[in-house]
Design a protein around this ligand. Structure first.
Ligand code: PHE
Length: 441
């Protein structure tokens, strides 16, 4: 095992973990989920779910992974021999593959928009609106399959390159650039006429939206955005040296994510209200609003190109963590080639994603339990797979690990340790079970 690659620095790991976490979850999904579920109430619930549930589980995954120094399935097998705990790793692998299958479709939307931005055709033509433009893009079957394939290809190429040269490098450059860009956009959006309405939508609670379903969706978003519950962070932490501060890293990743989510909201919602769009239009929200905001900025078409490039990067750093998780499980201890496995798994996931890619076009008439393929995969992974995985992980670290082990692993002051321990043993599991049962029924 000594030949196993490691991250070259603490910062490298943090940025890679943050790279996995910060993606279209914060930039695309958060605004549209908030927009469709009452704004401020959803945002409050989301932040509470992060600190009380998702962050403690994130730290637990870091612990399991760093202790294990192997892929998730092997790790569970070694830490809990002759028990079914390894199934948690398998669940994570399956859910990761499913998430990537639709994540890549959204990655494809971004690619398509980038190509349009490069050819200056993001503006609606006469008789078209930003909404109809978006619909035209996602409805065209071949373009969607091509874009989804192109996105998977980029993801495979990076994972094939391995940890240091691929995953770590990507995170180091792209994440900071994205940050800077968002700040500029927030300033523009907030200075639009009528922007305050959007700020109010985000921060003044309308309690009529407080339902169990909203809580479940907020919980799902809190897991999705931190990439928690499906052993991804176990996999990443397995490349981590023994003396890193995992508690601090977890807090940083969570804080960064909330910050980017709120920034995304502060770009989107003021513009939504200033331009008279609807906040609850679903997955198209960001694709409709952003081009409209950029139109209001000097050199907007140029900045739009840069923005889509950065967004694409943020999406890829998350996608590679999903692919890496599946690839590392398949490689396991078999010693098969990383590159070949990355290709085979990647192509399989591409095929798996085709129904989702066609969900808005040629397959839009097919629904299962009232949802399109795309929505179904999204819902099942996000609101069932991730909470279940997180529940098992909290029980594993909270009860299966001895107090001494978790104390040594976490290595923080007694007060912080006690807080974390209460959260992981009681708050997280109970909350997940209650929200899950209420939200589903
Ligand atoms: N956290 C990523 C995002 O917000 C999505 C993701 C989910 C990545 C699960 C890995 C695992 O975009």
């Amino acid at each position: 095992m000594s030949s196993r690659e490691q991250f070259s620095s603490k910062l490298g790991f943090m940025l890679a973990a943050a790279g996995s976490a910060v993606g279209i979850g914060a930039i695309w999904k958060f605004p549209y989920m908030a927009g469709s579920n009452g704004g401020s109430v959803f945002i409050l619930l989301f932040i509470a779910c992060i600190f009380l549930i998702s962050l403690p589980v994130l730290i637990a995954e870091f612990m399991i992974g760093r202790r294990g120094q192997a892929d998730a399935v092997t790790t569970f097998k070694e830490q809990a021999p002759s028990t079914p705990w390894f199934a948690v790793g398998i669940l994570g692998t399956v859910v990761s593959a499913l998430i990537l299958s639709f994540y890549s479709v959204v990655g494809g939307w971004i690619l398509s928009y980038l190509v349009r931005a490069l050819t200056f055709s993001v503006r609606p033509e006469a008789g078209q609106t930003y909404e109809t433009l978006f619909a035209t893009v996602i409805e065209s079957p071949w373009q969607m399959i091509l874009a989804h394939g192109g996105f998977m290809l980029l993801t495979i190429l990076i994972v094939q390159a391995g940890i240091k040269s691929g995953i770590e490098k990507a995170g180091k450059i792209m994440m900071p650039a994205l940050f800077v860009f968002f700040i500029i956009l927030v300033v523009r959006s907030l200075t639009l006429d009528g922007a305050m309405e959007g700020v109010r939508f985000m921060f003044v609670p309308d309690w009529s939206h407080l339902t169990w379903e909203t809580v479940l969706l907020a919980l799902g978003q809190a897991f999705f955005t931190l990439s928690v519950g499906i052993s991804i962070m176990i996999t990443y932490a397995s490349y981590l040296g023994k003396n890193e501060n995992i508690g601090g890293t977890g807090v940083n990743v969570a804080a960064m994510n909330i910050f980017i989510s709120l920034l995304a909201g502060l770009v989107i919602f003021p513009a939504v209200f200033a331009f008279g769009f609807e906040p609850d239009q679903g997955p198209g929200l960001v694709f409709v609003i952003l081009p409209a905001v950029f139109e209001q900025i000097p050199f907007g078409s140029f900045f739009l190109i840069i923005f889509f490039i950065l967004l694409l990067f943020a999406t890829i750093t998350s996608a590679i963590s999903l692919l890496e998780m599946v690839v590392s499980t398949v490689i396991g201890k078999r010693g098969v080639s990383r590159a070949r496995t990355a290709w085979i798994v990647g192509i399989f996931i591409f095929l798996l994603g085709i129904p989702s890619a066609l969900s808005f076009g040629s397959l839009s008439h097919i629904t299962i339990f009232g949802r399109s393929f795309f929505d179904l995969v999204d819902f099942v992974t996000n609101n069932i797979g991730m909470p279940l995985g997180a529940l098992f992980i909290s029980i594993f670290v909270g009860y299966y690990y001895s107090k001494q082990v978790s104390q040594t692993e976490l290595n923080v002051s007694p007060v912080w340790y006690s807080i974390w321990r209460v959260l992981i043993r009681y708050v997280a599991p109970v909350a997940i079970i209650v929200i899950f049962i209420q939200g589903i029924s």
